[in-house]
Design a protein around this ligand. Structure first.
Ligand code: GCU
Length: 672
């Protein structure tokens, strides 16, 4: 019975001609003598895959003969098998080619061979004939990192997939077999780093017992090319009572962090570095001592630099002192620090200026800090998009951010900024807030696995296509039957826009239930911190609705490059997807559709509900193509989503109507 545990690495039996072809072209595996752990991992995966698909275990071969898959680096491959152009593929790239009945997987390093092995399995898993695979690929970003918001008590902040997969209590002695499957899944996508603990970090993570636990995980993940990183709390030495201050410029503080870094690297020689949330949402930071983010980040960076570690310093900052527009704070604090960060610091910026909403414009810092490496942070876990019950494929959301033109230079998209086009490629990376837990499906639902998948594939190639990744994922995870595969991919591609429509159409944002962020609550107004109240974001009143971020309002628009600012200063040239993000408009504002704004808003809510109903109908029709258990588990969630989409629509329309005082437009659907 299919339960989803195998993710996209299912390797189910092939039949007929497909099986015969696989048997013919994967008879033997040839690897360099004395294979490293990474090459052993590659071989183990190829054996698992071929055996799963054919029922027969490939032999261990010695030389390249017909039917062999040969893995090798320039040092191990005979010249006749050495592909040209390997030099351009760097430390992690690979080449796969098939000539004269021999498949060669070549790379400059063993990590590249591992990625090549997974790429070969992906190619056959998506239906390519083994003698037709011809691929050459190298990652465009250096650091492709999951951020686990996992607490030390095994709860997970914004986690909807059970408790943390890190069984902290049993570590370091007990190394759950699941860690290995976690490593395989990540390596199959090219994810090469993982931050083990929550950005809201505890000092304990840097004490000896916890370093030992992290080291045990690092040992399991290392053969798969995955480095371990830790989130650290800025005041750790002070709170552990090992210093009298946490002032980053105090010599005793810098010395403490240097000693701590040395201690970590003794246990984890390839430790990746620190992720830091400072002076945000009540976390301590350098500003507590009137120092800047750069002062804080550079002090930590100096401790890590001798060991090759990095600091990922988050730009997600906001405080109640900014009652006018929270969206402006990161730019205001970080913009002036451009060029002030040490070379091994990356500033990690969320995709948008508020907080992982179903839709946001790209963050204005992208393109505005040309001398600082910026890392993109996206949220894979669906805090604001219906948790793990709603179907919302996030590939299009990630792609929309990456493809956004920052307007700071011709063709300077967010993807190009993140790839280091401005900061000279000094350090590059992308982070995804993980949706992984100890749930049998890993992610709390079958379709949420696709969000992990899309993140990994886009971190490897930020210019990749979310549609292509949806098809790849669905082919490996569900079915390769042509019509069914088209339908599943189409459902996925429609799903995020449906969520936008039934939750926050036309640029509305952050009107979810406060605190937990599930379900509608646009009416909430009484919370102490202004920016915790949904009314702060939609600003609906008798006269109209929306957040004026033009010069007549908060002027957050001025943080964007002139071309972008100009286009969005006028509602007529603002895309309707972001209309109420940037403008406060009267209810009778005429929309391009010919409807008034009020009628358009109601129509979008209706559309969102209709789109989810359509997803349910399409899924029902796919029953013949999907195994019973997984089909039923998805169907149940779609039932919940239909009900909750109706809840969103009815609650929001009723509330906004109570404010606008307008009658429902003709043709509005009755309540769900
Ligand atoms: C959101 C989320 C918090 C999280 C924060 C962050 O605000 O709700 O739980 O800590 O983002 O990214 O730091």
């Amino acid at each position: 019975e299919e339960d989803g545990y195998d993710l996209w690495l299912r390797y189910r039996p092939l039949a007929g001609a497909e099986r015969a072809a696989m048997l013919r072209h994967a008879r033997e595996l040839v690897a360099p003598a004395a294979p490293s752990p990474a090459v052993q991992a590659a071989l183990a995966e190829l054996r698992r895959g071929v055996q799963g698909m054919t029922g027969r275990l490939p032999l261990d071969g010695k030389q390249a003969k017909a039917g062999a898959i040969v893995l090798g680096t320039p040092a191990s491959l005979p010249p006749s098998l050495r592909p040209t152009g390997l030099e351009q593929l760097g430390d992690e790239g690979y080449v796969i080619r098939h000539r004269a009945s021999v498949t060669v997987i070549a790379a400059n390093t063993d990590a590249g061979l591992l990625y090549g092995a997974f790429a070969w399995l992906r190619a056959v898993g998506t239906g390519l004939a083994p003698d037709r695979i011809d691929e050459r690929s190298a990652p465009k970003l250096q650091r492709r990192v999951l951020n686990h918001w996992d607490n030390l008590d095994r709860t997970v902040e914004r986690g909807y997939a059970g408790e943390s997969i890190w069984d902290w209590w049993a570590l370091p002695g007990v190394r759950d077999a699941r860690y290995l499957d976690y490593a395989r899944a990540n390596a199959s996508l090219g994810i090469n780093g993982t931050v083990l603990n929550n950005v809201n970090a505890k000092p304990e993570i840097l004490t000896a017992p916890w370093i030992a636990k992290a080291a045990a995980l690092a040992d399991v993940l290392r053969p798969y090319g995955i480095r371990v990183y830790l989130s650290v709390r800025f005041s750790t030495p002070l709170e552990l009572r090992e210093t009298a201050t946490a002032d980053p410029l105090a010599p005793e503080v810098a010395a403490w962090w240097r000693g701590k870094a040395d201690e970590i690297y003794r246990a984890i020689p390839d430790f990746g570095g620190f992720l830091v949330k400072a002076n945000s949402e009540g976390q301590p930071g350098p500003q507590d001592y009137r120092r800047s983010h750069a002062d804080g980040a550079n002090m930590l960076a100096a401790a890590l630099a001798p060991h090759g570690g990095i600091v990922m310093w988050r730009a997600f900052v906001y405080a109640a002192e900014n009652p006018v527009d929270r969206a402006k704070q990161a730019y205001d604090e970080f913009g002036p620090l451009d060029g002030k960060f040490a070379p091994n610091v990356l500033v990690q910026v969320k995709n948008g200026p508020i907080d992982f909403q179903p839709r946001e414009p790209f963050h204005p810092l992208f393109g505005a800090m040309p001398r600082t490496p910026l890392m993109l942070e996206v949220q894979i876990t669906k805090e604001y998009l219906g948790y793990a019950t709603h179907l919302a494929y996030l590939g299009p959301l990630f792609e929309e951010t990456l493809q956004s033109d920052t307007g700071h230079a011709p063709g300077l998209t967010v993807a190009r900024v993140v790839q280091g086009a401005q900061a000279g490629g000094r350090a590059t990376g992308m982070a995804g807030v993980a949706n992984i837990g100890s749930s049998r499906t890993w992610t709390g639902s079958h379709f949420d696995q696709a969000n992990w998948y899309a993140f990994g594939r886009l971190a490897w190639d930020p210019r990749g296509s979310s549609r292509a990744f949806a098809r790849e994922w669905a082919a490996q995870t569900f079915t390769r039957a042509p019509g069914a595969l088209d339908d599943i991919a189409a459902m996925m591609m429609d799903s995020r826009e449906a969520v936008v429509n039934y939750m926050t159409p036309l640029g509305l944002h952050h009107i979810m239930g406060t605190g937990h962020h599930h379900g509608p609550a646009p009416w909430v107004a009484g919370l102490a911190r202004p920016e915790w109240n949904p009314v702060y974001y939609h600003k609906a009143d008798r006269g109209g609705i929306g957040f004026d971020r033009t010069a007549s309002g908060s002027d957050a628009l001025a943080q964007y490059a002139p071309a972008i600012a100009r286009r969005h200063a006028d509602p007529a040239t603002t895309p309707d997807t972001l209309l109420l993000w940037f403008h406060h408009l009267p209810w009778d504002y005429p929309m391009p559709s010919g409807r008034t704004l009020w009628a358009e808003l109601v129509a979008r809510y209706d559309l969102g509900v209709a789109q989810v109903r359509a997803l349910r109908t399409r899924w029902a029709a796919l029953a013949p193509f999907i195994d019973a258990r997984r089909h039923a588990e998805v169907a149940q969630r779609l039932d919940v989503q239909v009900a909750e989409a109706g809840w969103w629509r009815d609650a929001c329309v009723a509330y906004f109507q109570s404010v606008s005082g307008l009658p429902l437009p003709a043709g509005t659907q009755p309540p769900a």
